[in-house]
Design a protein around this ligand. Structure first.
Ligand code: NAD
Length: 342
């Protein structure tokens, strides 16, 4: 456990159990240099307590890096609830988690993540004000994520293809869910040509009907001849099997953890495929949640989301200058901000 903590440079780790409500919770606070730690609350099954701990630490670190590069006054944290076989009383379960969050005195702010819903956050809010994403606050962050990805794609095409506009740019989108659909809509409105895939037939056909998108089978999206491949579904889609298939200039999409491992960033760099680091380009949702929690006006949220393009452009310039993959440059820049080493 201590090796995991030290390796991630985690600042705090808290655990709590409540036999009555079945709560078994871990809160990892990675870094509060820029402000209180913000990060979702995940409630899923784990094969061991160690795996739950590892997940909390890894995700909290990711949140710190994302917040630092999104220039928001918050640090990174994450809550992991080890899901019991069946939650007997969901309200009591999340209220006991709310008590735990409250005991941390505002150093950690929780929100929705895998396995939790706005209603669960409402239950949490009965016991603490350090919660975001209840049904009455905030709403869906996906439109901001999609807008940020669009700005990121524009920065990439300017950098890699010397193109100022999306007009005529071909974007192949993997996943027509909340973000993928909205990205297709925004890009189509600016004149891009869209190819789309989704395992859900209705979702992909909606994009064909509304945006004239070309539909391909899920496995055929990788070899689509396009300018931009935009992963907007699962993680780890850039791996040994898929990278050799890619027929694009740029990979820039919303999915979290797109690289199966760090060396796949090197592989893309080696193949001269420009990769937009996922946690930089998909930060619009976090910006929305964070600034909403801080009661900032929507104009400020939009402005910060649009800034994603400029942040990404600077990372790409440094990547070219230092001949180092953009994912590594993004990590360096985040660490410079978090540890004041620049
Ligand atoms: P979503 O669940 O609404 O959409 C994902 C889509 O991918 C679904 O339509 C699903 O049918 C499809 N899909 C699943 N497997 C597929 C496959 N093998 N091939 C093609 N399509 C497949 O999720 P979302 O909210 O749109 O988020 C998309 C990605 O972006 C996720 O990785 C998420 O973690 C990440 N992300 C989302 C946000 C946000 O604000 N929603 C913010 C940051 C990151």
């Amino acid at each position: 456990m201590f090796d995991t903590i030290e390796h991630a440079r985690l600042s705090e780790l808290h655990v709590k159990s409540n036999k009555e409500t079945q709560l078994r919770a871990i809160v990892a606070i990675h870094n509060t240099h820029l402000g209180p730690a913000l990060g979702g609350c995940r409630c899923i099954e784990y094969s061991s307590d160690d795996n739950a701990l590892l997940d909390a630490v890894r995700l909290a670190k990711g949140m710190s890096y994302k917040a630092a590069l999104a220039h928001i006054p918050q640090g990174g944290g994450k809550a992991v609830l080890i899901k019991p076989k069946a939650v007997i009383d969901r309200e009591a379960y999340f209220e006991s988690f709310g008590e735990f969050v409250n005991e941390l005195g505002g150093r950690y702010i929780t929100a929705v993540d895998s396995g939790t819903s706005p209603t669960d956050m409402e239950f949490v809010s009965h016991k603490t004000s350090w919660v975001s994403g209840t049904p009455t606050s905030g709403g869906d962050p996906s439109p901001f994520t999609a807008l940020g990805v669009l700005q990121g794609i524009k920065a990439c095409i300017q950098f890699q293809l010397n193109k100022e506009k999306l007009d005529g740019v071909h974007i192949a989108i993997q996943g027509a869910g909340n973000v993928g659909y909205l990205l297709a809509k925004l890009a189509h409105e600016e004149g891009a040509n869209i190819t789309i895939t989704d395992v859900d037939q209705d979702k992909r056909e909606r994009c064909a009907d509304e945006f004239g998108a070309i539909i391909v089978k899920p496995n055929d999206i990788y070899q689509t001849d396009c300018h931009v491949f935009a992963p907007c579904s699962l993680g780890a889609v850039l791996n040994d099997a898929t990278i050799p298939l890619l027929n694009c200039d740029i990979v820039a999409g919303a999915a979290n953890n797109q690289l199966a491992s760090e060396h796949h960033g090197n592989e893309l760099h080696h193949r001269q495929i420009l990769y937009a680091p996922d946690y930089v380009i998909n930060a619009g949702g976090l910006i929305h949640v964070s600034l909403n929690q801080l009661k900032k006006p929507e104009t400020e949220i939009l402005h910060k989301t649009q800034e994603i393009g400029n942040t990404l452009f600077r990372i790409l310039e440094r990547s070219r200058r230092e001949n180092t993959p953009p994912n590594l440059i993004a990590d360096h820049v985040a660490e410079e901000i978090l540890y004041d080493t620049h």
